[in-house]
Design a protein around this ligand. Structure first.
Ligand SMILES: CCCCC/C=C\C/C=C\C/C=C\C/C=C\C/C=C\CCCCC(=O)SCCNC(=O)CCNC(=O)[C@H](O)C(C)(C)COP(=O)(O)OP(=O)(O)OC[C@H]1O[C@@H](n2cnc3c(N)ncnc32)[C@H](O)[C@@H]1OP(=O)(O)O
Ligand code: FAD
Length: 596
């Protein structure tokens, strides 16, 4: 029964094509059972996908049934105490010994300890370990290995394994993130995951993959999945905050009138409606990204890796922006719920601590935006050489002459405005890099001096992609809908455009003909749109269709019994079991009597 819940809850979200799943599924019924982050998250989130992505068919035939049936429990141990971002800097070594046909895993120093892997501390008995592969005295860089770390009967760590839990964190405290060290620990040669690179019995290294970065495939998969997961988390948070805001009444703006629902305040609508709209934007973008991802997988099956760099650039920036926007907007939902939003029972703190971690793991925000920027600058240079642009960068062509785009305040015009901002910012980065080089800097230093602008350019590119996809997909998907549904979903996507246009007036003034008058118009349209959305706000969050058991919130349940639920939860706290707690007799009373 338990295994079934773990499988149904987690497998259904992994969306791995090879498992017969065709899209990243948004809802997660397992939340209702586990309540907190599951220690099995990495098993289905990364261990299984890595077996699928990095193993030969023979290796898959051995490991996949064991993993899918939970006969073994795995995790993904890449990050070390000393290195997370810089994968080439990992220090754990796997040295091939041809005499025994084994790899010897070694943790050379403290900074080489594996650190962070979810479920590693107490739950997993196997893990995927990224280690520098040495054979015949040559280092071939980081490679993935399957390693058994605990006895499957006793669960004791195997001899040569040092494993433990890393301690309390801001969140994820039920995920038993762990550390792991190896003392000349031997594994069979066949435990090298050999889809992309192999070591023959005599120790010859054979590169199979056509692209050097296919070892990083699991990370690309998880980054793609995270965009969808952020839509899910944000939809939960805003469901809680909007329902609560419809129940909560506060202040008296007009004398002799009842206290209004806080949802009637324009500032509250400003805080919350962008969250509804962003959840839709991310859901549609994540499905679009998933389709791009599966297209690239199909290309690679045909031996073509040309589309991989664009996928890496897209998945990097969308992972960075979706996780960053979601953490900020969940925090905004908490602010929107006042003091009660700070209660653990509102579920907003748990949602926030989950979302804010995603901004760091699976590639830090800045680092990933700089990866995208690398692709953008390369593309600009290729355009200068007259080479064709990839589909998501087609907009650069219109901006190559550097002239300002004329401002057009229709939704499509605003999308073109975001294109112009992205193109302008990328162009400015190229100019800056070239200027530094002309002044005598080498390329790396010139790049370094431009990184603040490069992060901004990658963000602008990502925002332009989201705006275009959100607008196009909304139009496509609502084509057959009733006029009412079409109108409301159009309002939501327009809100996203207006919100970000107002957030980015500086850029739009710089790269388009936007005027002060245009900004006033944008502001007025934005405010009017908030009022139009208000009557549908509760219906829109109900439409996310979360069961109370999944939402797990005193503030956000469907029946709106907010105060009753808060009191019920308060009465459950252990401190309320006795009218007087022991600490009074032990410490407080003696202190009051001057005896302490
Ligand atoms: C109640 C229970 C329910 C619980 C919930 C249940 C389920 C969850 C459901 C949904 C969630 C959805 C999915 C998630 C599932 C599970 C995951 C959950 C938790 C995960 C926990 C976190 C796990 C981790 O964090 S694992 C560790 C991740 N680590 C990183 O990401 C490291 C980041 N670093 C890098 O990626 C790279 O090293 C780099 C910084 C990008 C690049 O390094 P660098 O040295 O500078 O460059 P390099 O020489 O390596 O590259 C040069 C060249 O290669 C190109 N490149 C780089 N990376 C890639 C790539 N991945 N693909 C393609 N190409 C790549 C790069 O652009 C350069 O190209 P060029 O030279 O410019 O042409
Ligand atoms: C909750 C959680 C769960 C995790 N689970 C796992 C797991 O299961 N398995 C696993 O292997 N790992 C896991 N990790 C580790 C995670 O992947 C790394 O923490 C993450 O990739 C960031 O790397 P880092 O910690 O080395 O940060 P660092 O790279 O040290 O970053 C520190 C700062 O330096 C900046 N920085 C670093 N490099 C550059 C650069 N080149 N240019 C500009 N700025 C730079 C960053 O932007 C950041 O501000 C987990 C982490 C967390 C928080």
């Amino acid at each position: 029964m338990y295994g079934q819940i773990v499988r149904d809850g987690l497998v259904n979200v992994t969306g791995i094509e090879d498992l017969g799943l065709t899209s990243p599924v948004l809802q997660r019924t397992s939340d209702a059972f586990f309540k907190e982050i599951s220690p099995f998250l990495l098993h289905f989130g990364m261990f299984v996908p890595t077996i699928i992505g990095q193993c030969t068919p023979e290796q898959q035939a051995k490991w996949l049934p064991l993993a899918m049936d939970l006969k073994i429990i795995g995790t993904y141990a890449q990050t070390e105490l000393g290195h997370g971002t810089f994968i080439r800097g990992l220090e754990t070594t796997a040295t091939y010994d041809a005499s025994t046909e084994q790899f010897i895993l070694k943790t050379p120093k403290l900074s080489s300890y594996k650190w962070w892997a979810g479920g590693l501390g107490k739950t997993a008995n196997h893990c995927i370990v990224l280690a520098q592969l040495y054979t015949k005295g040559v280092c071939h860089g980081p490679h993935p290995f399957i390693v058994q770390i605990r006895d499957t009967e006793t669960h004791m760590p195997l001899p040569g394994i040092k494993v433990g839990e890393i301690g309390p964190k801001l969140g994820f405290n039920t995920a038993d993130n762990g550390f792991l060290g190896f003392e000349d620990f031997r594994i069979p040669r066949e435990n090298l995951m050999m889809k992309n690179a192999q070591v023959t019995k005599d120790g010859t290294y054979v590169k199979v993959a056509r692209h050097g970065k296919l070892t990083y495939g699991t990370m690309v998969f998880v980054r793609v999945m995270l965009v969808s997961d952020m839509a899910y988390c944000l939809a939960k948070a805003v469901t809680i905050a909007v329902r609560y805001s419809a129940v909560r009444r506060q202040s008296q703006p007009k004398p002799d009138q009842p206290e209004p629902q806080v949802l009637d305040y324009l500032t509250q609508q400003h805080k919350l409606f962008i969250c509804i709209s962003t959840a839709h934007a991310m859901k549609l973008t994540s499905t679009w990204l998933w389709n791009t991802f599966t297209g690239v997988l199909a290309d690679m099956r045909d031996g073509n890796t040309d589309t991989l760099p664009e996928l890496h650039a897209l998945s990097s920036c969308l992972k960075a922006i979706s996780t960053s926007d979601t953490s900020a907007l969940i925090e905004q939902c908490r602010f929107a719920c006042g003091g009660h939003g700070y209660m653990y029972s509102s579920n907003l703190p748990a949602l926030y601590s989950f979302a804010t971690a995603t901004r760091t793991y699976e590639g830090d925000y800045t680092v990933l935006l700089l990866q995208t920027a690398r692709f953008l600058v390369k593309s600009w240079e290729q355009m200068d050489e007259g080479k064709p642009l990839t589909p998501t960068l087609a907009y650069l062509e219109q901006s190559r002459n550097g002239s300002q785009v004329s401002w057009d305040d229709s939704p499509e015009g605003i999308v073109r405005g975001f294109d112009a901002v992205a193109a302008g910012r990328i162009g400015a980065c190229v100019k800056s890099i070239r200027k530094h080089i002309n002044n005598g800097m080498d390329y790396e230093d010139a790049w370094q001096m431009t990184t603040v602008q490069l992060v901004g350019a990658a963000e602008a590119h990502c925002r332009a992609v989201i705006c275009r996809v959100y607008r196009d997909e909304t139009a496509r998907l609502t084509a057959g809908c009733s006029p009412g549904v079409k109108a409301v979903l159009d309002q939501l996507s327009t809100l996203y455009l207006l919100y970000w246009a107002l957030e980015r007036t500086g850029d739009l003034l710089r790269f388009s003909s936007l005027s002060e008058r245009d900004i006033e118009n944008l502001q007025a349209r934005y405010e009017a749109l908030l009022l139009k959305i208000r009557p549908n706000a509760v219906g829109l969050v109900d439409a996310f269709d979360f069961r109370d058991e999944v939402l797990m919130s005193t503030l956000g349940s469907y029946d709106g019994r907010v105060y009753e639920r808060l009191m019920e939860e308060a009465l459950k706290t252990p401190l309320n079991r006795e009218p007087v707690s022991d600490s009074f007799h032990k410490y407080i009373k003696p202190m009051m009597q001057g005896k302490l």
